[in-house]
Design a protein around this ligand. Sequence first.
Ligand code: NAP
Length: 270
Amino acid sequence: MASINPNGPLKGRTAVVTGASRGIGEAIAARLAMEGARVVCSARTAESGDSKLPGTLHDTVDRIRRAGGEATFIKADLSVAEDRERLIEQAVEAYGPVDILINNAAVTFFIPVETFPKKRFDLMMEVQVWAPFHLSQLVLPSMRERKQGWIVNISSPAGLHPRMPYARRSGGTVYGMCKAALERFTTGLASEVYDDNVAVNVVSPGLVDTPGVAVHGLINEQTRDRVQPIEFIAEAVYRLASGDPKTLTGKIEYAEPFLKELAVQPAELV
Ligand code: NAP
């Protein structure tokens, strides 16, 4: 049965999870708390009524605390520089220096290139690429000083180049550009901070049933049978957020094969 282990491998570690008001971020927050991490959950939706979509930071924190875990939330809009700075400042005030940063939040518009508005392009790049970059800049000095840190960026197979035969026009080019940039950032940063014992990795989820995916209507008759349980993503993130930075860094991991390679089954979530 799913439970919190306060003395788990992440005991005493501070984790920040972005996009934790719902979907994959909520699952990751729960999974890290299960191993003893003190989890700072962040997003814009603190309470119901703040968003039209289901899920709030309050609910995520409540879910973890009810199971006996440690979590708090900090409301922040990742498209705003001051919010990103405040997020890390307040996370450190609450639980101490950040050991684990999970860059999961994303805003996505599926629009063909020809008509993609600049404003939306900038917003996607800001939230999906620049925010992970900036948040990493904010946590790295203390990680390097303490010779300990794990950064996991959540990407997507959309970051791969389209291959023939091309699927029908989906408008996913900008999304793919963001994720490709995030992946290249990950491997580049991993090489920069290798000597400081900081691991930087990517988990690339398959199709997961989340409120965001529902908005875009991505689950249908053609795709339903390849929907991946959310536990797979949470498990893969936990493994990369607790591995040996000397061997488990600079990886772009697809959850299912990665877990198979480690010979682990995804844990049920609290
Ligand atoms: P989701 O249900 O749409 O949730 C997105 C999260 O990001 C929410 O918590 C949202 O919170 C937050 N967010 C959006 N804009 C934000 C902003 N400006 N500032 C702060 N937080 C913001 O998404 P998901 O499906 O769980 O996806 C999570 C990650 O997995 C994304 O990086 C996505 O690209 C990736 N991914 C998902 C799938 C899938 O099938 N689900 C597949 C491949 C990759 P608020 O609205 O409360 O701010």
